[in-house]
Design a protein around this ligand. Structure first.
Ligand SMILES: [Zn+2]
Length: 493
């Protein structure tokens, strides 16, 4: 190799590094509008593919104009947008999806393929872009699996105005969407006559949200909107109980076969309704009293507004959808199989496989001198909790049978009240058990997290992502949430 060639190669390498560090100037590449890219995500546990659906030009861009590249390295998927000509990375965002969860179910493992509709929102490009999707492999390394060039001037891009019959309530307006976290609460299962109830629920939930740290301290970073499209019926689907309702978003209990898992697969309706406001994050308020919810990172969260645990449901599920926090609980049954493969460090900020205990991902927050792993009172907790989970399953099965067989409402109410009472009692018992622990305020590595009793660890004894009730986030979760708020609202992330 000639000296000159080596010199040029090195020069290009240095140049490349310099360019890579240059932040993307929004106005050079984008206009202040949103491009919504819809596609179908199809596959099973082994294979997946994407087919494009429609591309839309919609309202103003809600996200940051400064922080266009997502540095969180969280989520099972990433969207990456490149300038088609220069290959420069212009925008990226990590996310999880309904498909990502389906992939881990027994059906997907039996090679039953399913299709899910998904959307990616990006600032509207000025020039041709390369739209790329990446998925993590088993080792959690991102691998590109779909790429498509998009010309923002193409005639096929849908530019129609948003559908009628949707009402918007501006609850909190702190500033321009580019510098704020824009939260859109979408009504689900509220009839036309229940509009007032929706407004009341919205105000109630906004109050709760802004009383919880770290949202309380950073309240000036939020814009909050309510988006109301009346549903034909009140409530939502409950397949196991033989109840089906005609609603705006078709949310349903028993998602992926888990009784309390409440999700919608109707992504298109959700996005069409949400398009009435600029949004960074979506909250689906389900007008129901049964215990249920769900939260998928950078997709949406759901919860039932009239359940006795509504505060916990909302704040917990929002922790998933907004900040990509993992579930720290591990004793109740879920729809997944090996959601976190053994021996691989999960990407979420609040759980660890503890493969390198010297370099714990929250080592800056550890209590000095704390033992790793932290020898907490695990057996006693598990004994108490597994006993409760068993009773809960039995009661739920009984309620489902009674409803299906058309039992008298008074009889069903009686059992439901009993179930609520047991749930409150259990939460109290767990709380007082933790109050007595000498590890109460400590940050360490507590075994039992992410649906696994062994091999996964959480940062503190208790957290909003662990057990039910009115409680704070653990220190690690709180810090992770603050980072996300700043990504949307501050100049630097
Ligand atoms: Zn936590």
């Amino acid at each position: 190799m000639s000296r000159v060639f080596v010199f040029i190669a090195e020069f290009l390498l240095i140049l490349g590094t310099v360019f890579a560090q240059q932040p993307v100037k929004f106005d050079d590449y984008f206009v202040d509008k949103t491009m919504r890219i819809d596609y179908f995500h199809i596959g099973d546990a082994k294979e997946e593919e994407v087919t494009l659906d429609q591309i839309y030009q919609q309202g103003i861009w809600a996200g940051s104009k400064r922080n266009l590249v997502d540095k969180f390295d969280n989520g099972r998927y990433y969207v990456k947008i490149y300038d088609a000509l220069s290959g420069k990375l212009l925008f990226s965002k990590g996310f999880d999806s309904y498909f990502a969860e389906y992939k881990t179910t027994a059906k997907a493992m039996k090679s039953i393929k399913r299709a899910y509709h998904e959307s990616v929102l990006i600032p509207y490009p000025k020039k041709k872009i390369r739209f790329r999707l990446e998925a993590r492999n088993r080792e959690n390394i991102l691998q590109p699996f779909f790429s498509h060039d998009i010309d923002p001037a193409a005639v096929g891009i849908i530019r129609e105005r948003v559908e009628e019959g949707v009402e918007v309530f501006e609850i909190i307006k702190s500033g321009k969407p580019h510098k704020k976290v824009d939260v859109a609460f979408i009504a689900e299962g509220y009839t036309r006559r229940e509009k007032k109830k929706f407004k009341g629920d919205l105000e109630r939930l906004t109050g709760i949200f802004l009383r919880q740290e770290p949202y309380r301290t950073l309240r000036a970073s939020f814009n909050i909107y309510g988006v109301f499209k009346p549903s034909g019926d009140s409530g939502c689907d409950e397949p196991r109980r033989g109840i089906f309702k005609n609603t705006a978003l078709s949310a349903t209990f028993n998602s992926l076969g888990s009784e309390r898992y409440l999700l919608t697969e109707d992504n298109k309706s959700l996005r069409d309704i949400a398009a009435h406001v600029p949004y960074d994050t979506l909250v689906i308020m389900v007008n129901h009293k049964r215990y249920g919810g769900g939260g998928i990172y950078n997709l949406y969260c759901t919860f039932t507004v009239d359940n006795q645990w509504f505060e916990y449901l909302f704040l917990h599920e929002f922790g998933h959808s907004f900040a990509g926090l993992a579930d720290e609980y591990y004793t109740s049954s879920v729809a997944y199989n090996e959601f976190y493969p053994r021996g691989i460090e999960p990407k979420e900020p609040n759980i660890t496989a503890l493969l390198d205990s010297k370099n714990l991902k929250w080592k800056d927050l550890l209590t000095p001198g704390v033992e790793i792993p932290t020898p907490w009172e695990k057996e006693g907790y598990e004994e108490m909790d597994y006993a409760y989970q068993k009773i809960r399953r039995e009661i739920n099965a009984k309620i489902a049978t009674m409803k299906k067989e058309g039992a008298a409402q008074a009889e069903v109410n009686k059992i439901e009240q009993e179930s609520d009472r047991l749930s409150r009692e259990h939460a109290k018992k767990v709380n007082s058990y933790f109050q007595k622990s000498k590890f109460k305020e400590k940050v360490g590595a507590f075994e039992g997290a992410g649906y696994s009793a062994q091999g996964l660890y959480r940062p503190m004894l208790d957290c909003l992502m662990f057990t039910r009730g009115k409680k704070p986030f653990c220190k690690v979760c709180e810090k992770a949430v603050v980072r996300v708020i700043k990504h949307y609202s501050k100049v630097d992330s």
